[in-house]
Structures are given as C-alpha cells and as structure tokens.
Design a protein around this ligand. Structure first.
Ligand code: BTX
Length: 324
C-alpha cells in the first residue's frame, strides 16, 4: 500500500535515527494504531523494526528478498530496474527475459529469481543457481548498435559487476576475458549476453548476470573453481543492496557508452583484467590457440599473438591463463 511505501521511505531516510510514533503518524497522516499495525505487517515480512520506549522506532534490518519492493526502495537509477519481474523459481531468467523482449518490454526491464532450476552459461553449460543465496537476473537492453559491436556489451557488464563487488566488499576482483569475474582465481560471477537481432542491427540484448553471494559451499564438481562473496569475506550480504548498486553502475556505464563509445569502458575493463600480457590458451570451437594475450580491440575482441608472430582475433573462447 501507499502508506507502507511511505513508512519504509521514512525509515530508510532516518537511518540510525529513531522516529517517534507521533512524528510518523503526523507525516503519514494516519493514527498511531494504524502505524503500529503497519509495523507489525512489516515484521511479518521479515523486516526487523526496533522499538524503544520514549525514542520510537527504527529499521534495523530489511529482508533479504529479491522482489520489486525491496529492489526499488531507495533505487537511484533513472530507468534500469523500474520494471521488475520477480519470481520465486524459474528454469532460467534468460528464457523469461527473451520472451518479454519479444513482446516489446522496455529497456532496463529486469527479470530476477530466488532460484533457477535450469540456469545456463555459455555453450549450453549449466549455471548452478541455488535458492535464496545468489543473484540470478537478466536485464533487457536496446542499444542501437551494429551487430559486430555487441561483444562490447559483455565487457561493459563485466566492468559493472567488478565495480559493484569492489564497492560492496572492498575487494578488487579480476576480470578474465570475456565474461568471468574472479576473486583469488575463483569464479564469483558470470555473464551471459544473448541477442535478438535483425540481419545487421541489434533489437535487444538480454544480459544474464549470475553472482554467488551468500553461499557457504558449492557442489563437488564446481567447488574447486567457484567462490562467493561470503566465502571470500566471512560476511553475509543483503542482496537487494547489491542489485541496486549493480543497476546503478550498469546504467552509468551504459549511458557513458552510448554517449562516448567503447573507449572509456575499454580503459576501465583493462584496469580489472588479468588476461592481458599473459601466456594463455584460448579454446575456441575451431581448436586451441596458444600465445600471449596482447589486448582487446576497439570492438572488444581478444588479440592473441602466437609464437610464430601471427596475431589472431578471437570473438569467443574459454581462456586458460598459464602460470609463469
Ligand atoms: P560460462 O559458460 O562461462 O560458465 C559456466 C561454467 O561455470 C560451468 O560449466 C561450471 O563449470 C561453472 N559454474 C557453474 N555454476 C557456477 C557458479 N554458480 N559459480 C561459479 N562457477 C559456476 C557463465 O557461463 C555465465 C553464467 C550466467 C548465469 C546467469 S544467472 C541469470 C541468467 N540466467 C541464466 O540462465 N543464466 C544467466
């Protein structure tokens, strides 16, 4: 309800400060009994509201739920995240986002779920997406760019994810070309960019982001290569706050990209990159290429120089970085 929204707004603006029942009822124009009832409802939803005699109320904790209410409370973006499809469980948020994009969903539309039962990575690989612990979301973009520039968006999203992790945890993560976000060499987040396109123009980009947040452990098959923010820091995190930060960073970088092109994004990306200058093996669908990663081109492809001096341009591959 509108009162509930206003009450939450008052609480979040007040921060650590107590609000008296008197003040709240004046501001919202309803009785103290009504306020008390709303506070009880919030508690049932998982909000922790502290009440101290003579001082009043303050909000101690918000529920760690990824729904539209939580995501939009205090959200500072202009467009991203103002249309949200929140789901308890879906096969894949990508699937639903594709469908919505086909139906004309606007730019910045977000699909988010507590759990994915068939989360996917690149090349039909699967993405482990257990309930209530990570961020599994897709966002719809509609840039007017030619097809060959689409890989730039994967790198842009990687920068947004890296900046978000840095802001939330103070850890500077690494980006491994094109789409892995690593902490201490282990994957903490992955990005999947898929297109809906006409022959030469992008109609929609469906950006899938998976971030391991509060998991304490992983299934055996990925345990050696996967990590979460909780494992790396020993803390747990409020996921809606992370999503808000991510949407803000994404929107900022995306606007910068549309106005000034890929160059500023490329510079930021290079700052997080662990690929450039390394001896690597790039496994592509057409075989493996061994050499030195020289850098990324202005379109976002990876430049690799093999021992014979030849330079290869790689659009898509899995990269193994050789220990030196
Ligand atoms: P990728 O193909 O680069 O990585 C997939 C590989 O990563 C898997 O084969 C497995 O080895 C490993 N892996 C699987 N699950 C995890 C995990 N939770 N943490 C770390 N490593 C893992 C990366 O693909 C792109 C992933 C995008 C996921 C998002 S979630 C929201 C959206 N919906 C959806 O179905 N996919 C995207």
């Amino acid at each position: 309800s509108e009162t509930r929204k206003q009450l939450l707004k008052l609480f979040t603006e007040a921060g650590e400060t107590f609000l008296s029942g008197q003040k709240i009822s004046e501001q919202l124009g309803c009785s103290r009994t009504a306020i008390w009832k709303h506070i009880e409802d919030l508690r049932k939803e998982g909000f922790e509201v502290e009440a101290v005699r003579k001082l009043g109320y303050r909000l101690k904790k918000m529920p760690d739920k990824l729904n539209a209410n939580e995501l939009q409370l205090g959200l500072k973006t202009k467009r991203f995240g103002w249309s949200v499809y929140d789901q308890e469980s879906v096969p894949s948020t990508q699937q639903l986002a594709h469908q919505l994009a086909h139906e004309g969903a606007e730019e910045g539309t977000v699909v988010i779920a507590e759990e994915q039962t068939a989360g996917r990575g690149r090349l039909n690989r699967s993405w482990h997406s257990p309930k209530g612990t990570g961020i599994w979301m897709s966002i719809i973009l509609r840039p007017s760019i030619p097809l060959q520039q689409a890989p730039q968006l994967t790198l842009l999203v990687a920068v947004a994810v890296a900046q978000t992790i840095q802001e939330i945890t103070n850890i500077v993560p690494d980006i491994k070309w094109p789409n892995d976000i690593l902490i201490n060499g282990k994957k903490v987040a992955g990005i999947l960019t898929e297109l809906q396109a006409d022959p030469d123009q992008v109609r929609a980009v469906i950006v899938g982001i998976g971030m391991n947040v509060n998991q304490k452990q992983f299934p055996n098959d990925i345990a050696p290569i996967a990590t979460s923010l909780a494992i790396e820091t020993g803390r747990t995190f409020h996921r809606p706050k992370i999503v808000q930060t991510l949407l803000q960073k994404l929107e900022q970088l995306y606007e910068q990209y549309l106005q000034h092109g890929f160059l500023p994004i490329k510079l930021l990306w290079e700052g997080y990159s662990v690929t450039i200058g390394q001896q690597i093996v790039a496994r592509t669908l057409n075989g493996a290429i061994r050499g030195v990663a020289l850098g990324i081109t202005d379109s976002g492809t990876l430049k690799v120089q093999t021992e014979d001096g030849a330079v290869h341009y790689i659009y898509s591959a899995d990269i193994e970085i050789k220990k030196q």
